[in-house]
Each structure stands twice: as structure tokens, then as C-alpha cells.
Design a protein around this ligand. Sequence first.
Ligand code: C2E
Ligand code: CA
Ligand code: CA
Length: 757
Amino acid sequence: MPGKLLIAEDSRTQREVLRAHLEDVGYEVVAAADGEEAIEHIRRGGVDMLISDIVMPGMNGYELCRQAKQHDHRLPVVLLTSMTDPLDVVHGLQAGADNFLRKPYSFSHLNSRVEMMLHNRNLRDSGQTQMGLELFFLNQRFMITAERQQILDLLVSSFEDLVISNQQLRQQEAELAAARDELAQQLSEVHAQRERLATVLASVPQVMGVIDLDGVVTAASHALARFVGAQGPAELQGRQLREILRLRHHTGEEFAREERPGFMTMRTGEPADIGRAFDVLADRADGKSVPVLMQTAPVRDRAGRTSGVVVIAHELEALSLHDPLTHLPGHTAFAQRVDTAVEALTETNAVVGVVVVVLDRSSDLSDSLGKGRMDRLIASLADRLREALELPVVRQHVDGPSAGYLGGGEFAVVLPGLGDEAHGVLAADVLRRHMAGTYRIDDLDLTVTLTAGFSATAAAGTRSEELVPAAAAAAHLGTRWGGDRVESSSPGAVEGAADRLRAEADLRRGIEQGELQVYYQPIMSLENGLAGVEALVRWQHPERGFQSPADFIPLAEESGLVVPLGWEVLRKACEQMARWRRDLPGGGALTVSVNLSPRQLVQGDFVERVEAALAASGLSPHALSLEITEAGVVQDAEAATAQLHRLRAMGVGIAVDDFGTGYSSLLQLRTLPVDTLKVDRQFVDGLMTDPDDATIVSASVSLALALRLRVVAEGVESAEQAEELRRLGCDFGQGFLWSRPLPPGEFEQWWLTARGS
Ligand code: C2E
Ligand code: CA
Ligand code: CA
């Protein structure tokens, strides 16, 4: 027999959900948002039952219950409780409540409870025995008067609750048991796999071991066991590889621990020294020290994390190792290195290049010099090649180049870790130019030129048998076309390199001719108006017009031109700010922020250069802030940190730019002398629309507050964003909302207008 139910619930959502459900079942429902409204409904009459939340603003559920019973003591009252406090029930009973519903409730549970209450109301009308109860509960005494039926109802409901929670518990138990079984199953599969793997690894013909990140052997080959004089692989497991396999430099010196192949990987979990080949001496069981070529590769777990390192040693006695004339690896050893580099190709380490350098007019030379002198020339060329490999221009683009001598006047270099082919062509050009020039052989002064051939691959399967001959063929083709050049087996690469060189030369010229301009964008205190400006570089190109830094900063970074560019911007910005603080009405407290490239940060005289810019302009160090990116600091963390501390001690501000986009190594943030975080524009952009972005912004702001840093939000374009940022506790904002970056004159106009208004 459906009746009319009254719901009192302050949460609108919960109220409407409950109403909709009860109406679906067939009850007539009236709802009230608070106690007063509910009493009003009861006063009007016709209500068969009250369901009320306990926690409500104003009149709470107990009070509502008490007043409802005063109006109509027959009206059944059910209180909604989360049952976190057992006293809820006692207080409810004191207030005269008839029953409780535990939140969250299931609808079927709710249905049966409501039905039971309505049904029993009729019973209650017939058996109205009042019972007085004295209740001791939690060391307190409570007096409750209730009807017998009311107590019975409560007992039945509590029992029902108990049954339900018991069922839930049992179900959770069953789920847990199932999960446990699955885990056990997986574990035994892992064990089985490991066994199989160990068997396979043991039979690898090379001297090979797998170690975990602590350097402990987890698998080894029979060849390794034989090499070190052990019975078998099992005997090596669980021991430190470095104690089993003794390695020394090929000069005979002991290895420092951190130099050992694979050590960097073990320490950082990143495949830091992977893919490189190490020439070392290893102590063999027979007491001899033999030359080996060590290679390492990361072992990754299912999640892609490095969990160990595979170490392979190739005994080099069989390979043609050091060419006696040049002391460079010979043909076979070099080919091995090329293959190693190609195997280590990854997405970021995108291209492996091979360079073959040959002497121009080499057969004429060897005819006129004779064998002895020709050999001495080759040996001297090898020395220059070794030198060239250490040049910064080469190191900058190549991740561990290594050279070989192929015989017959052909030198070869493998270039792992190239960004693209054009970089390889540039490096090849540097190498051959460095080897060219005048050599004194006995009493002869000889001037030579050389030609380089280049080949490259980005495909993991490519073999040295293809790459080396292709580069050699390109080199010989080049000599036939007049020599003194680079030829590539893929012609596009040479053009790409030429374009890049041209663009670089253009930028260098632009910097020298003073075509760079500095624009200024206001940084606003969200409470107090203009706080400072950020200096942003622009390039007024004589032909191509206005160039945005997004277009030329990457080239500047890559070529190193960002260093002179950056110092020029700093110099101009300091001068400009010194002038504004002096002359601009109300400008005395302004600060200027200048972007620093990672390349500037690692310069040894970095602090002196900043000091010089301050001294030349007379700007107070407190008026300067330097913006660095997290990635920039990571490059040479210790040196950079020390330098930044010195600047910070002088009063110069240090801001982390683009916060949230880079490494976000929060740990490092604590060791860096940073005083400001700049939340990257991309997150501010999505602040009002993308919950993830909003979370990142608010987390960055809280982090900054916790570390007592200032926060600047970049790229603020709307008043809503600014309002939201203020609400989150962000101090500063920068963006088109206030102004785009402006040339100095326009900035002054803006400032005067902004101040006036
Ligand atoms: P950044 O340091 O993150 O500079 C902020 C960039 O956001 C500037 O671009 C600025 O014009 C832009 N921006 C500011 N407010 C808004 C906004 O409300 N909406 C949008 N969509 N963009 C806004 P810009 O000037 O093109 O500079 C780009 C980047 O070039 C800079 O990013 C900085 O990394 C680099 N850069 C600029 N000048 C220098 C410099 O002198 N040295 C170095 N090393 N890098 C510089
Ligand atoms: Ca910046
Ligand atoms: Ca930024």
C-alpha cells in the first residue's frame, strides 16, 4: 500500500536521486531541503513517513525528528547515517527515531526498509506498549523511551544490516582469494621463464653475464664460467660480477668503479653507457690478461624500466684489433663497432653515420714519398684524427664517436647518436678539415687535403658490410671530382648540411650586425599591478623581416650561437631596466627577467658574465631574475647548481621556466637556489577547460607555496583565468591579457596608460 513519503536532505543531488527512486517504486514523494521546510510539510498533513539526513545546516536530523514527533508521534522517522559514530543510533533513539538507514544504501535495501516501516506502523497502532530503556553505552548512560514495536523494528534492521555487511565481506574475501591465486600462478610462470632464460643464456657462445642493478649476476654463459675458471654458470649466480670478471683499461690501469661498462646504467636505471663499446683487458683463468671488447645492453621489465644489464665480452685476439701503424682498431674491430652502434639505435638516438676519410692524390703521394715516409704520414694523420674526435663541434652532435683504420690510407669513424644525417655530414667535414694541412715528414713539409665519404642509417637491421663500403665509395667518388670535400651516399644530407650552415652563418651575421632586438612583456602581480618585465628576443632580418624566437632559438641552441645571443640580450635588458628604474615614473622597483640557455649555464665564467652585465649597466642584482629550464640544469647539475648559488647569494633571482613540462625533478628544485616558478603556458591555457591542466596548475601553486617560492603563471589570456589563478593563490601572471611583448618605446606608452587608468 503505497503512501506519501517526506524526504529531508540538504544535498540537492542526493535528494533528487532518492526522490526519483521512490517515485519509480510508486510512492508519492515530497522533498524538503531543510528541517523548517520539512516541518511545514508535516503540518500540512498527509505524510506517512519521514526520511531525513542527520547532518543538515540549521536544524539537524535529530531536532527535526523531535519536532516531527511532537506534531505527530505516530509518524515513522527513518534517519540516514553513515554509521561512522555508533552514538548516531543512540542520539537518534533519544530523539524518537524509528529506524536507520546506513549510507551508502542500495536501492533494494532501501525499498525493503521503507516497506517494512510502513507495514509495521499498522502493527504498532495495535500494540502500543511503551518501554523505558536504560542503556549503558560507551561508558555513558542513556534513557530511552520507545514503543515495543519500534525496538523490534530496530533489532530486525540491525540484523539485516549485519547480514548485508557479512555478504559484502564474504564477496571481498572471495575476490582476494582469486587475486592471490592469480598472483601465485604468475609467480610460478615467472620462475619457469627465468629457468628457461637461464638455460638459453648459459649456452650463448660469448663470454656473457646478466647483472641486476646492484651488479649481482643473475645469469651467466658457460663461456663466462670457463673464462673465469668456474665450474659452470650456477656457481657465478648471486655474486658481484666485478669480483668475478676483473677488468682493466687497455693500458693496464685499474678501472675506477664508476668507469666500468654498465655502471652508469646500474646507477641511474637509464641506459646511459649502453651501446658503447669498451676496449678493455680482462683477466682470464689461465692468468693471462687478454684484450676484450665489452658491450652492454639494458634488460627491461614489462613496464619498460631497466632492471639489469647484459654484459658481453668479445675476445679480441681473433679480431684484427689494433692496427700497428695507426694504433687504431683495424677493419674487423671497426666493423664490430659499427654493428654495435646500429644495434643501439633507438628513437631518440636516431641515426648512425659512418665516415671514411681518404687522402687526396694518395697514389701520387705514395709514389713520391716511398713506403717509410708514407707510413709516417699515415701515423700522423691518425693522431690528428684522434684529436679531431675530441673537438667540441664533433662531441656536440655525436654521442661517443670512434675511429678505425681500414688500411690503404682509408680512415673510418663511426658516429652514433646523430640527430640527423646533416649533422653527420657536418661532423665529417670537421674531421677531414682538421686532418688537412701541413705535415713535417722527416725533412719534408707536405700539405695535404682529404675527402670524406659519408653513409648513414636509421634502420636497426643495417650491417657494417653495407655502411662502410658505401662511405668508402662516396669518398673515392669525391676524390675523383677534385677532392677536398664531403660526399654522401645519400645526396639530400649534403644539401641539408649546406642549408643549415647557411642559416647559421646568417644568424651569426645578424647577431654581429646588431639585428637582434629585445622586447619586453609585463609580469603582473595579481594583487598590485606591474611587477616587472620579461625580456624576449626578436630578430629583424633585413630580407625576411621580423623573426620570432620560436623559429631561430632552436638553431641558435644547436649551433651554440645562443651563447653570444643570450649575453647580448642580457646586456641590453640590464641597460634598459637600469634606465627605466631611473627615469620611468613609478618604475623604481621594476625587475627584469632574462632567459638563459642551458649552454650559457655550463660556461665556466657564467657568474662573471652576469656580474659584468650588472656592473656595466649599474643595475642592482636584486632587479635581475634569470629564467632557466629544468632540462637546462639537468645537463651538468653540479656545476650549474654551484654557479646559481653564487648568483642567488648576490641577490639575483632564479626562476624555473616552463615548469611542469620538463623533468619536473622536484627533488632538484629543493637543491636549486630557485625563488620563482613559472607555470608553463600550456597548462594555463587549459585551466578553465581541462581538469588535468587545472590540477597541474593548482598543484604547482601549492608546491610553490610549500617551498616558499613565487609563482608566475604564463600565457594568461582571459580575465577568468586571472581570477581563477588568484583564487588558487598564484602571485603573478604574464600574458596577452595585460600585454604582448613590446619594444621599449611601446612598453613605456603602455605603462603610462596603464598607470593613468
Ligand atoms: P618563454 O620564455 O616561455 O617565453 C614566453 C613566450 O610566451 C613568449 O614567446 C611570449 O611572447 C609568449 N606569450 C606570452 N604571453 C602569452 C599569451 O598570453 N599567450 C600566448 N599564446 N603566448 C604568450 P616568444 O617571445 O615567442 O618566445 C618563445 C621562447 O623563445 C621563449 O619562451 C624562450 O624559451 C625563448 N626565448 C626568447 N627570448 C630568448 C632569449 O633571449 N634567450 C633564450 N635563451 N631564449 C629566449
Ligand atoms: Ca621565459
Ligand atoms: Ca615559459
